[in-house]
Design a protein around this ligand. Structure first.
Ligand SMILES: CNc1ncnc2c1ncn2[C@@H]1O[C@H](COP(=O)(O)O)[C@@H](O)[C@H]1O
Ligand SMILES: [Zn+2]
Length: 371
């Protein structure tokens, strides 16, 4: 097996409905076509398109939204997404999703979340840990005496606020996240079409989330919006996603505040927000040892997976010294950026160290982030 597949990996930026399997997406679209809810021939080209502009990507998300407003489908997608990540040796997955209300089918944000939770519970083919450790409990997923040869994966959840939402709706999501901490919700994400919405709408909910002990990750700088980027960096989120359309002053704030960046190479290329992999800002951040983590964003929508992202990075930046050993370190250093509790970090760190030996990569850290 290739090293980028067998290497343990940490996924910190994956949207549930964007990570839907291709085959499931087609199956659901055809089924709705047969029911007459949508016209399959009209949407087929949106599904099949390779490069999509940001605008077209959000058209596809609107379509996916029609397909997945059903509790049973959400449960199924959640199960499949976890199985897919585990199958490529993702050992820690922070999955994010936007709880949605749909009065027509009696769906509330709460029942949406329950359906996702049911998906987590329904995984049988791999070992999943999603309930946080309580202080007394020292059991860990990767402890050597676990004895299982099955794939193992930690899953934690972020609840997303959609940029289309009102302050009240955003607040409802944060309150739900707080209620569901016991089921592995660790934080809040701000996402959705970067062309819509205003920072001040979400700020009260984000502040509330932070005050209540939730971590915050923001989609930041997907389009040129210098004022908003500045405001977001001033908020000092625990992580940001993308960081594409940054100007000099933004880079300076980012570097000095050491806010970790979730890098989504394929997503940025496919949405045409970065011209080519060679000019991607990942390399500059990596070279200066800024905390970065490679992620998929929407593995289904962009036909990628985390192993592929590591391979793409290694191929593109081999002359920067990103070989097998450095990729392993990059993956292991991501453990420092996870939002889960201390025991999970410790368990994963030990696991990475044990795998380092069998993979023939150095055990010593090349560098660790000074967060
Ligand atoms: C391409 N870059 C991106 N930028 C901003 N938001 C994105 C995104 N990719 C996905 N989403 C957000 O995640 C939702 C799908 O998953 P959930 O329904 O929440 O599970 C999208 O509708 C959008 O709001
Ligand atoms: Zn994203």
């Amino acid at each position: 097996m290739e090293w980028w597949v067998s290497m343990p990996k940490v996924e910190l930026h994956a949207h549930l409905n964007g990570s839907i399997r291709d085959s499931t997406l087609l199956e659901l679209t055809k089924a709705l076509g047969e029911k007459g809810v949508i016209n399959f021939s009209q949407v087929e080209h949106i599904i099949m398109k390779y490069n999509r502009s940001v605008k077209e990507v959000f058209q596809l998300f609107d379509l996916i939204r029609i397909l997945t407003t059903d509790h049973a489908i959400l449960t199924r997608i959640t199960r499949e997404v976890i199985e897919d990540f585990a199958s490529e040796n993702v050992v820690y997955l922070e999955l994010r999703t936007t709880p949605k209300r749909n009065d027509a089918i009696g769906m509330t944000k709460g029942s949406y979340f329950e359906a996702v939770l049911e998906g987590l519970r329904s995984v049988t083919s791999v070992d999943v840990n999603f309930i946080p450790h309580d202080k007394e409990d020292s059991r860990t997923l990767f402890s050597p005496n676990n004895g299982s040869s099955r794939k193992r994966i930690y899953v934690r959840l972020l609840l997303s606020i959609d940029r289309r939402e009102t302050t009240e709706a955003a607040m409802e999501t944060v309150k739900l996240a707080l209620e569901m901490k016991q089921f592995g919700v660790v934080g809040i994400d701000l996402s959705g079409n970067p062309l819509v919405g205003d920072w001040n709408t979400y700020l009260p909910a984000l502040k509330f989330a932070r005050n209540q002990g939730l971590y915050v990750s923001l989609h930041c700088g997907e389009i040129p919006n210098p004022k908003e980027i500045h405001q977001m960096l001033d908020f000092k989120p625990e992580r940001i996603g993308h960081a594409i359309c940054f100007e000099k002053e933004h880079w300076e704030i980012l570097k000095s505040s050491k806010i970790p960046v979730e890098i989504c190479l394929t997503s940025n290329i496919r949405t045409l927000t970065v011209r080519s992999i060679q000019v991607h800002h990942f390399v500059g951040l990596y070279k200066t040892k800024h905390p970065v983590v490679l992620c998929t964003d929407d593995s289904g929508v962009f036909s990628t997976c985390l192993s592929k992202e590591y391979k793409i990075a290694a191929d593109a930046f081999v002359f920067t010294g990103l070989g097998k050993r450095e990729s392993f370190e990059l993956s292991r250093n991501a453990v420092e950026l996870i939002f889960a509790e201390r025991q999970v970090k410790e368990d994963l760190t030990k696991y990475f160290d044990s795998v380092a030996k069998t993979m023939g990569v150095y055990k010593n850290k090349i560098h660790s982030y000074e967060l």
